[in-house]
Design a protein around this ligand. Structure first.
Ligand code: FE2
Ligand code: FE2
Length: 328
């Protein structure tokens, strides 16, 4: 009987041919090039020098209520404060992605809690990714601190983001540790597939706070450089999961797409309340009544391509789960 594996000790990495898996070569090259390209070594970024008090901190079109009459008719000071909140939330969501989603999966790999992760190249890559993400936490923490200080938002508190909350809720619904690890791996993979586009929204923006654009651009370059790591890790790990684990991953993999796409209206409601934005309750209530996760704005082809390459989309379960998530 094919029993589910429940701990790293159950995985025997000596079983099966891995030497001809091209993903190992790609991962090794990525690991070798890290020293040349890693943002963590760069020291020239100085947030204090380039902060422009007159520049908007964020893009209005990224606010879920940017077309609402109550936002459009608000005074410029209130709008400017809302934009600063948008920047803080954008950064703190980035910190959550790094800390609650990507880093724990890297640790699962580093500690060999997923199949094939006893391999030294895999551990090397995971360690470098952890370092990249730790540096990004530093970058966005620094820029967020500057914004909070300059804009009088030092005491602004944000509730948990939907992306993390939904992942943790999914984990809480299962007892088995291997399922929790696969939920985390799926969420990390989806986040890594989408985070470069998420960062590009600001990195490519003109007429925005220069330090915000610069910080996001540095982060984006790192993400683009290591964006294929989780896809290749998945290709290394997936073939060595049991049938039961593969079925579960096929079921769970598309779910984080809608979690990632959340407009985070609870976070917005809390922030607008704290800055006393006029009539914020009505704005948020209207957003909630219209709220549909708009996958049309997201290019999810990277994820469907990965699912196809893994063979997930050839299974009935994979076709069903991707169909139900609106990704087929
Ligand atoms: Fe990152
Ligand atoms: Fe990343």
């Amino acid at each position: 009987m094919n029993m589910p594996k429940t701990s790293s000790n159950d995985y025997d990495d000596s079983v099966g041919e891995v030497s001809d898996n091209q993903s190992f070569e790609v991962l090794e090259q990525l690991a070798e090039h890290w020293e040349l390209r890693a943002g963590v070594k760069k020291k020239e970024l100085n947030p204090e020098i380039t902060f422009d008090a007159h520049a908007p901190d964020f893009l209005p079109e990224l606010l879920p209520f940017h077309n609402h009459d109550l936002f459009l008719s608000a005074d410029s000071q209130a709008k400017s404060k809302a934009l600063s909140c948008g920047w803080v939330a954008y950064n703190e969501k980035t910190i959550d992605i790094e800390s609650y989603i990507v880093s724990p999966s890297c640790l699962d790999i580093l500690y060999g809690r997923l199949p094939q992760t006893q391999n030294s190249i895999i551990k090397w890559t995971a360690s470098e990714t952890l370092t990249d993400e730790a540096y990004h936490v530093l970058l966005v923490t620094n820029t967020c601190r500057i914004t909070r200080q300059r804009r009088g938002l030092e005491t602004l508190k944000l509730p948990t983001f939907d992306l993390v909350r939904f992942m943790q809720r999914e984990m809480a619904m299962v007892d088995e540790e291997w399922k929790k690890r696969l939920i985390n791996l799926a969420t990390a993979t989806v986040s890594e597939v989408f985070v470069s586009d998420y960062l590009s929204l600001i990195a490519d923006a003109e007429h925005i706070q220069p330090i915000n654009r610069l910080t996001t651009d540095v982060h984006r370059k790192d993400e683009m450089a290591h964006s294929s790591i989780f896809k290749h890790l998945m290709k290394v790990i997936y073939p060595y999961l049991t049938q039961k684990e593969q079925d579960y991953l096929a079921e769970i993999l598309p779910k984080p797409v809608s979690w990632f796409a959340s407009q985070e209206l609870d976070v917005w409601e809390s922030m607008l309340s704290q800055i006393r934005f006029p009539n914020y309750q009505e704005m948020i209530a209207d957003c909630r009544s219209e709220h549909i996760v708009n996958l049309g704005r997201i290019d999810y082809s990277g994820l469907t391509t990965l699912a196809d390459e893994l063979g997930i989309l050839r299974s009935q379960r994979g076709q069903d789960s991707f169909g139900e998530a609106g990704l087929q």
